[in-house]
Design a protein around this ligand. Structure first.
Ligand code: PTJ
Length: 270
């Protein structure tokens, strides 16, 4: 597929580059058509958040890092969008915390699973779980194809990181006694509410930041990590994220009333 050239001078160059990457992975069969729509929803929330990682997200990342570093069987669940946008970063994090990588798709097909496996292996993964017959176990209470999981991965995991979810699965995993880390730009989503720790941020920024935090915390003793976790309240963190959007919009509305010509993004850089 011919790539669209994006001028580095374009005010929204980074956002356009991310779109192009996703469209390219759509052509490669990694991303599904619904994934493009999901990305649009994410972009809208990212716009409201100011397209940067907030202190609120960093607080959730600390709890997520503590959870990953104290886990016995951590697994990173990968769907089309996550692989398309963040394959290398996912693998870096997985190596840091010794997590398994499992392909788990909502719109499941063997071709897509293989396309994801190829992309992840090309990005440095040594083992990719969940492809084809490997996902022979079933998670109860999920109607979608996401119920099929790998007995070496999600089935036995105590901590599952789910970037970009569709809702039902986070709830089912928590019901099974697992701790779930979600990365979701939408603080109102069902996944965000059901997860044990929700990082309200773009996966493109969240994975590298989370990996840096893991690196900093890895020498801490387990007691301190547990304390960090106990102090984290996901409901409060989500409420702070919603309040942050509210305050930001109020501020921008006032600016706009005063006739300021700053755009939302110029405003965030000011
Ligand atoms: O690859 P598949 O077949 O497993 O399908 C994956 C999709 C994404 C299509 C599927 O999981 C889905 O339908 O997801 P939803 O219900 O549209 O939810 C996606 C959520 O992710 C929404 O809340 C978006 O705001 C959010 N989101 C989108 N892009 C990003 C994001 N969150 C973080 N980073 C992003 N880049």
């Amino acid at each position: 597929m011919k790539q669209t050239r994006i001028s580095p001078k374009h005010p929204r160059a980074e956002s356009l580059r991310i779109r192009e990457r996703l469209v390219e992975q759509f052509s490669n069969g990694v991303v599904t058509a619904a994934g493009l729509l999901a990305h649009g929803r994410g972009e809208a929330f990212d716009y409201l958040l100011g397209e940067k990682t907030s202190p609120i997200a960093l607080k959730a990342m600390k709890a997520a890092a503590a959870l990953l570093l104290t886990a016995e069987h951590p697994v990173i669940s990968v769907n089309g969008n996550a692989a398309g946008l963040a394959a290398e970063d996912i693998i870096k994090l997985a190596k840091q915390v010794d997590a398994k990588i499992e392909v788990n798709l909502f719109h499941r097909s063997l071709d897509r699973e293989k396309a994801l496996e190829k992309l992840l292996k090309h990005a440095g993964a040594t083992q990719v779980l969940g492809v084809g017959e490997a996902s022979s176990a079933t998670i109860p209470e999920i109607a979608s194809d996401r119920r099929r999981v790998d007995p070496r991965g999600i089935l036995i995991a105590d901590v599952v990181l789910v970037p970009l979810e569709d809702g039902d699965r986070a709830e089912a995993l928590v019901k099974m006694g697992k701790r779930v880390i979600a990365i979701d730009l939408n603080p109102l989503s069902r996944t965000a509410k059901f997860a044990s720790v929700t990082i309200v941020d773009n996966i493109v920024r969240a994975f590298p930041s989370l990996t840096r935090i893991v690196e900093k915390l890895r020498t801490e003793d387990k007691k301190r990590l547990k304390k960090l976790l106990d102090q984290f309240d996901n409901g409060r963190n989500l409420s702070e994220a919603i309040e942050m959007i509210e305050k930001r919009l109020e501020h921008l509305a006032q600016k706009s009333q005063k006739g300021s010509h700053l755009t939302v993004l110029e405003e965030q850089d000011a």
